[in-house]
Ligand binder design. Structure first.
Ligand SMILES: [Ca+2]
Ligand SMILES: [Ca+2]
Length: 396
């Protein structure tokens, strides 16, 4: 009888099958097997090896896949230091697009609406927004039922008007009219529109037999309340005439086409456009001090404003995401119309551009702000914000 001995090692790959002795009997009787047992064991080992090989190949494939994902440029995930995008309130606007940690967004409502909730929200370190999501509530001046003697209240922009029944007059329909003087067709426009207290239309009024209609200037549409005027967003539709390469900025009562340009090369300093609204300085020649002192980046900001807004009003906030120094300084360094602006610090890393006096429109105001970063009084870098405010002709 022929015996085979099996030597088992820790790894299946290191298994060996050796002939046992020289026909004089098994060398290790307890571990030696018959021919059939050996064949069966070999088959089992083959199965085990195939399973091991398959698992190994699968592991390699998965590893290769992960490596190719890591090498591919599209696999770079967005940086995790951003908050989720916030919704734009209905009948309002959201100012500020950055959702990065430390950045703010601001909310404003269209004319005839007031903001309920947070006017400003900051993206916090835990990637949540401060405050609560605001919404725009229609200003209803009629809520207190101010019209007497059955008068109908018409809600206006920060005002109301009472449409009085026959026989009554006055701002609250409190004055009886002598029957002889009552007219069958009242000119509501002449009666109510001239007085700011009783104005029935935000802009202009057209008298009609038995009624009246409010009119809005070009660039606005009459709001659903039939009284206020709403700006048309020409940029959202195809109602603008901006050419290819120009950017459309919606303004109250109109729109502008802008083309932000980097400054031309000067004193060994040149800039390159890195996005629609930003220029970055090219690397400086080693011996150029002028270049090193020039702004490292320039950004462009266009703000639509309504005429005669109440002040002071924060228009714009400045901060840096790459703060490595120990202090930031903010200053107005130029621009036409800078007399109505002021710059102030809101916290250690943030500066604010403030509208400090009301502006009569229409007007275009420009202001240039500088944010300098220092470390132990040594200038590390400068950023310039070129801000243009488009002030509307009307207060809406
Ligand atoms: Ca009428
Ligand atoms: Ca517009």
């Amino acid at each position: 009888m022929e015996y085979w001995c099996l030597i088992l090692a820790a790894s299946p790959a290191a298994m060996l099958i050796l002939p046992a002795g020289d026909g004089e009997g098994p060398v290790f009787p307890q571990e030696c097997l018959s021919h059939q047992q050996v064949l069966s064991t070999v088959r089992q080992m083959q199965k085990l090896l195939s399973a091991q090989e398959a698992a190994h190949l699968q592991g390699m494939r998965s590893l290769k896949k992960q490596l190719s994902v890591l090498h591919s440029p599209v696999s770079i995930c967005p940086s995790a230091d951003t908050c989720p995008q916030l919704a734009v309130p209905l009948n309002g606007r959201k100012l500020g697009r950055s959702a990065r940690v430390g950045h703010d967004v601001h909310f404003i409502c269209n004319a005839g609406f007031r903001l309920v909730g947070s006017e400003s929200r900051t993206c916090r370190r835990d990637r949540t927004w401060s405050g609560t999501q605001p919404f725009c509530r229609s200003i209803d001046e009629c809520a207190s039922n101010p019209c007497a003697n059955g008068g109908t209240c018409v809600d206006g922009n920060q005002s109301y008007t009472c449409l009085c029944p026959r026989g009554w007059s006055g701002a609250s329909c409190q004055t009886p009219i002598h029957p002889r003087r009552a007219s069958p067709d009242v000119d509501e426009c002449q009666l109510f529109q001239p007085n700011p207290q009783t104005r029935i239309c935000l802009h202009d009024c057209l008298n009609l037999p038995g009624s009246y209609r409010c009119l809005c200037p070009p660039g606005y549409v009459l709001h659903a309340d039939r009284n206020t005027c709403e700006d048309v967003d020409e940029c959202a539709g195809s109602q603008h005439n901006c050419t290819h390469g120009e950017l459309c900025i919606n303004t109250f009562g109109g729109h502008r086409c802008v083309r932000p340009k980097c400054p031309p090369p000067r004193h060994n300093t040149s800039y390159v456009k890195t996005s629609s609204f930003q220029c970055e300085r090219n690397p400086c020649p080693t011996d150029s001090r002028a270049c090193r002192l020039a702004a490292t980046s320039i950004s462009f900001h266009y703000l639509p404003l309504q005429a005669n807004r109440t002040v002071p009003r924060v228009l714009f906030k400045m901060s840096t995401t790459r703060f490595v120094g120990d202090s930031l300084r903010f200053a107005i360094i130029g621009g036409r119309g800078q007399g109505v602006f002021a710059v102030r610090r809101s916290d250690r890393q943030t500066g604010e551009l403030v509208l400090s006096s009301p502006v009569v429109g229409p007007a275009t105001l420009e202001v240039e702000l500088e944010m300098s970063e220092f470390s132990r009084k040594v200038l590390l870098g400068k950023h310039i914000f070129k801000v243009t405010a488009f002030v509307s002709q009307y207060e809406f």
